[in-house]
Design a protein around this ligand. Structure first.
Ligand SMILES: C[C@H](O)[C@H](O)[C@H]1CNC2=NC(N)=NC(=O)C2=N1
Length: 97
């Protein structure tokens, strides 16, 4: 099971994600970001690519899609907050977007 991020890890790992447009939902201890694409096909292609990686990681996003918009929430349910898996999946998503 993934461990919740320590304060030290948060200091180093969350900063770059905030710069990349992620926000921290303190109530849920989650990362959130809204991705926008040209159209539905591109949004769904992004989700498909992410889904394959997420399933291999056994770490799954909470997300909501309407047309060209994908709203993402990342948190580790087993840890009741953020873990390295969320940082890794967020970075993967940014790479695909
Ligand atoms: C049994 C299975 O490994 C767990 O339920 C996995 C699946 N995907 C998961 N995804 C996320 N985001 N958090 C988890 O704790 C989690 N746990």
């Amino acid at each position: 099971m993934a461990d919740k991020l320590t304060d030290e890890a948060r200091d180093t790992k969350l900063g770059p994600l905030m710069t990349a447009g992620w926000a921290h939902d303190a109530e849920r201890d989650a990362l959130t970001k809204t991705f926008k694409f040209a159209d539905f096909a591109e949004a769904f292609a992004f989700m498909t690519r992410v889904a394959i990686v997420a399933d291999k990681m056994d770490h799954h996003p909470e997300w909501f899609n309407v047309y060209n918009r994908v709203e993402v929430t990342l948190t580790t349910h087993d840890a009741n907050g953020l873990s390295d898996l969320d940082v890794s999946l967020a970075t993967t998503m940014d790479g695909f977007a």
